[in-house]
Design a protein around this ligand. Structure first.
Ligand SMILES: [Fe+2]
Length: 242
């Protein structure tokens, strides 16, 4: 019997027949981290500093787009199939759709607020953006834990390996809404150190691994430096690779 990958929100140890949803849990870790740190990045921008507000705004548009894409992929591939193949779990599928909709509405509001703030970097707009991001994080923590606990074990049961492969191929067809090396850097930081080398070796093609080591990591570190010019708390810590 397999044991589920530990997440940051769902209980450990729930048995399942396959663990393909663990690949999505890795993405969930990334979102937990990005949205935990986003309000701090916003509040760290001094009033009137349009340059930094511009950098942070660009990052925020990137992470809202990334979360939209992730949820649209789940909406497209998970919930109808889950309801059809495990009708008793349909109520959980409906809840997942509702939670996605609530997050999506808030992300759309944030994109508007971010543009307003970026235009003059004023304190009132900054705090409105930061508070809206706090609210996304609150919704997201509930949603991701619900999804990992109530939906993923069912999806592991009802989806075949070939279907999981199709879903991952479909997800990878989307062009990332932020520079690829910056995204890889954030991913690497949220993979536990003991799993990092294996994740990098199995999930990234060799040319990307080489390029990341050669130039990508520095690009990522520069991007983090623009988000957190003072010594960073969590994001931006060094992630050693073998
Ligand atoms: Fe979700």
């Amino acid at each position: 019997m397999a044991t589920r990958l530990s997440s940051t929100g769902a209980p450990d140890g729930a048995p399942t027949t396959t663990c393909r949803s663990d690949e999505v849990v890795v993405i969930h870790r990334l979102f937990r981290r990005l949205y935990a740190d986003a309000p701090r990045a916003v509040r760290s921008v001094p009033t009137g500093d349009r340059v930094r507000a511009g950098h942070v705004s660009k990052h925020l548009h990137g992470i809202t787009a990334l979360l939209h894409v992730h949820h649209r992929t789940e909406d497209r591939y998970f919930w109808d199939t889950m309801t059809d193949r495990a009708p008793a779990c349909g109520i959980h599928a409906s809840l997942m759709r509702e939670q996605h909709r609530a997050v999506s509405d808030l992300l759309d509001e944030i994109d508007v607020l971010v543009d307003r703030w970026a235009s003059d970097a004023d304190a009132v707009s900054r705090e409105r953006v930061a508070q809206s991001l706090d609210e996304v994080e609150r919704l997201l923590l509930v949603h991701l834990a619900d999804e990992e606990r109530d939906a993923f074990p069912v999806l592991d049961d009802v989806l075949s390996d070939a279907e999981w492969d199709d879903i991952h191929r479909a997800a990878k067809r989307h062009r990332p809404p932020m520079p690829i090396f910056v995204l890889i850097g954030f991913m690497l930081e949220t993979v536990p150190p003991a799993e990092r080398d294996a994740w990098f070796a199995t999930q990234m093609p060799a040319p990307i691994r080489l390029a990341y080591r050669a130039v990508g990591r520095r690009q990522y570190e520069r991007a983090v430096g623009r988000l957190f010019p003072t010594p960073p708390g969590r994001l931006g810590s060094a992630h050693a690779l073998a």
